[in-house]
Structure formats: C-alpha cells, structure tokens
Design a protein around this ligand. Sequence first.
Ligand code: PLP
Length: 346
Amino acid sequence: MKPLQELTKQNIWKLTPYSCARDEFKGRAASVFLDANENPYNANFNRYPDPLQEELKARLAEVKGVPAGRIFLGNGSDEAIDLVYRIFCEPRQDNVVAIAPTYGMYGVCADINDIEYRPVELNADFSLDADRLLAAVDAHTKVIWICSPNNPTGNALDRKAIERVLTEFQGIVVVDEAYSDFNDARPFRLDLDRFPNLIVLNTFSKLWASAAIRLGMAFASEEIIALFNKVKYPYNINALTQQQAMKMLADLQQVQYWRATLLREREQLLPAIAELPICKAVYPTDANFFLARMTDADSIYHYLIDRGIVVRNRSRVQLCGNCLRITIGTPQENNALLGALRQYRS
Ligand SMILES: *Cc1c(COP(=O)(O)O)cnc(C)c1O
C-alpha cells in the first residue's frame, strides 16, 4: 500500500475539522450543560447526540468482532461510499475502478464528485477476473470497488481473487459486504490486520431489517477511520437511529431467526422459479435475493406490476439482459409471486 498521506487528498490530510461542543467536553461528571446553545427542555431530544456514537460502537465491536476504533458509522452505507470519494479522490484527476455490473451508488457518487469511473465486466458467470480488474488500474487510480455477495448478481466473489486485488493494488480497496450476513463465509472485516488498504462496508438495511433508520458501517484501520471522522458531518447519526440500533442489537436471536427463515424460503423459491417455462436460468445466490433470466423480462415485469407485485427489472444492465432481480419475502409474498408467474401468458 502507498503511504496513506499520498492516497489522501491534500486538503483533507491538512484539514482542521469542526470541533463541536460534544467533542470539547467529554467528561461524564458534569450535570449543567450550557455549552451548545440547546433548549434545556424537551428531555431526550433537546441535546445533540454523541458525535462518535461510542455506546453503539462498543456494542457493535462485540457483535461484529471489530474494535470500536476501527468502526465508522454513516447515514446508510451511502454516506461511507460518498466519503471515500471526498477523502481520497481529486476531482478531474483521479479515477476509480469497479466491478460491473454492481451496486449503482459507486458510479453515481463518482459522477457527483466528478471522478472518472472505470467499470470492468465480471466474467459471463459473474465471477471475478482479478487480472482484468487490475489491468484497468493506472497511476491515478485511488480506489477499487468490489461488492461480495454482489448486487445485482447475488453471488459471492472468490475470496482468493479479492485477496489478490488487495495485495497487488497499492491504493484503497472497498469490499462492500452488505449481504455477507446471509452467507457463512468468513467476512473481510475480520482481516483488517492483513490488509491495511481495506475498507469493508456493512449495513443495517438488509438482514437487520432497519433500512428506515439509515445506518451503515465502514470497517478499516484506525488511520482510515480517523479520516472518515474528520470529514463527516459532526452529528451524522441522529439519536433516534442510535437508540433503535441498540434495540436491534439487544435481540440477536430475532435476527438469526429471520436469517434462517429467509434462507429456507430462498431454498424453496429458487427451484420453483427455475422450473417455470418463462424462466431460462436462476443464478446461484449468496444473498437474500436472486437474479433470474426470463424469456421476456420487460413484459413479465409489467405484468407483475399490474398485479401489485414489484421486482427489480435489471434487463438493461450489462451481462443481465432479460434478468429480473427478486428479493426473498415472507412465505405469503413469495407464494403471491409464484402464483402470478404461473398464470403468466405471453
Ligand atoms: C442495499 C445495499 C447497501 C445498503 O445501503 P444503505 O445506504 O446502508 O441502505 C449497500 N451496498 C449494497 C451493495 C447494497 O445492495
């Protein structure tokens, strides 16, 4: 890995961050707070929240097996994705490389930040060709984006191939593991010691059933996390979100129950979809969704909409012609989908 200072935008490296009242006073002993111009009434919501979310990070450290100092919390993973550009990439000068197809936000945030985005196609079976990915790198490449299990293809990428990218690329490698909760493979967040250039993303939006509270996690070295903390909005995670996340983290059994239920449903739904005459292929998945290649994705998509069933039409995405991306729902929802598809007539 190149020195972190060399990879970081110079204005960010030199930045003196905003120092908020909650940063300056950290003691627990005080009982009179006259430092932040808050209204002293409306208890529970009148005070600014903890800017570094220490209580929540301490609990996450236990659950995720990563020390609190290596955790950044964002307003969804989307905040962490945007911050990667704002920290490392010089507009109109640097570029990033990403697998394709993949999650759309990497490309949108590149455009917003005026950074060249270099998509590199996966193989036809959606596996990762590390050589082809690395061949797209040049002297101005700061970041490589990898998503595993990948969205929209559903498959986990080969760990050895990802490790090669981490070892051979001298810049930052982001491995988005939003769906690793559905998969028994060893998550990359447990290997931060081996890869100083690694940033791993997790989210509360999928298995943790909390998309509405907007909470995403980035795991990385303390040095990289310090850069995230410098650039983020001071109170980026509101108090309601922190409280609700603590509540979710108190009942791990519930989450494990959801996981088992969704995986069982997936096991039943996939072969049933594959059997339909209008389905040409269902691709192997390690996530709570799957990609299905249909005879006519557009027409089937609109037919389902007319019946009040919404799936994702990915047929205009590279390598995904005529593909629908389907999320695993409740047994009732999955049955409604199957029933509708069985009645489809072209
Ligand atoms: C859904 C998803 C996320 C989650 O984003 P949030 O902003 O945390 O809701 C992140 N990455 C991928 C690949 C996803 O599919």
